[in-house]
Design a protein around this ligand. Sequence first.
Ligand code: PLP
Length: 406
Amino acid sequence: MWCVNIGHGREEMAHAVADQIRRMPYYSAFGTLGSPPASELAARLAALAPGDLDTVFFTTGGSTANDSAIRFLHLYFNLLGKPHKKHIITRRDAYHGSTYLTASISGKKEDRSHFDFISDTVHHLSAPNPYRRPAGMSLEAFCDDKVAELEHKILKLGPDNVACFIAEPILAAGGVIVPPPGYQARTLEVCRKYDVVYLCDEVVTGFGRLGHIFASEPEFGIVPDILTCAKGLTSGYVPLGAVLLSRRLYERVCGAGAQAAMFTNGFTYSGHPVACAAALKNLDILEREDLCGHVRKVGPYFQQQLAELRDLPIVGDVRGHQLVACVECVADKETKAPMASEVQIGKRIDAECQARGLILRPLGHLCVLSPPLTISEAEIDRMVAIMREAIEAAAAGVRSEGLWSG
Ligand code: PLP
């Protein structure tokens, strides 16, 4: 689940959590009091975040971070006298969470079969998936097309009606979709042109997975208006999420001279002292061991070695960035037709991997990999060797059962 960034078994984390429980197991973040770990963590995140993203609101995870961010925007535009500015633009294959609102703004087809969703204010653009771009189209033209699609949607809805564009810089659960170069910066530019808030979901990409605490600025050249994070914030040892709001936005409605509105959105466990103490220790470890630097070193090797799997007849695409990757299995490399879902190729490959000592995340015909940031080159070699054997074994299985003729 893209979260155990510092790896399992860190005694220091156990001590940090136990010490905090002994000192103060719980205090509410509501009202004017809080807890020292929450204040310290908020200040540290604000200092690490790009631009003026220095107002921090803690949540219990990624879904509640995205949900809270959008609830803040409801309050924001209502207070600014723009009650119609409520529409949200998102993308197919996005994943932003499992609350009613965040499931509605997610876009994975498989998750949308038997549920109800908010539909009147939520609009899905096509996924910026270079592998699935029309045949013969250059990456540049594909990028132009996706940026134009966003602009047309804003114009069609009317900029006065559009609150935000929400985007993971890399669409993780949708299949590690890495948009074409320049896409993030150009979509931000479009948002700025029409006063549409850019909400960057760094729940997966934050805390080292792409080689930086926050990837927005160093990797994609963007300083969003709102940034959400979770997962690697505590490396999954305990649950925590956060919304980082731009001072510009916050001060317009909550700062001195504004209406000093209360953002009456929160959770019993917002800013939980134990979770914040874990996040502080997690940051200590990330920084002390320079795990971001390590990712920038081994990430390209990981991608290169995995890319070698492209020669396998069942593998249509291998993609990713730094320490997140996806192997996409297809029935036909020419047409890129995915393996039929009944074949459950991802699950078969995962079973073969597990028998050999590797756990991956199967998502239909996709195999997702998100190793701890501590991984070494030797471990990467072992991982890729297991993947190769497992894919070959699974492919032989489906061929012998007559489910695939490749
Ligand atoms: N945003 C992204 C990009 C995610 O990948 C996830 C979870 O996988 C979420 C939000 C939701 O986070 P959580 O499961 O902590 O609520």
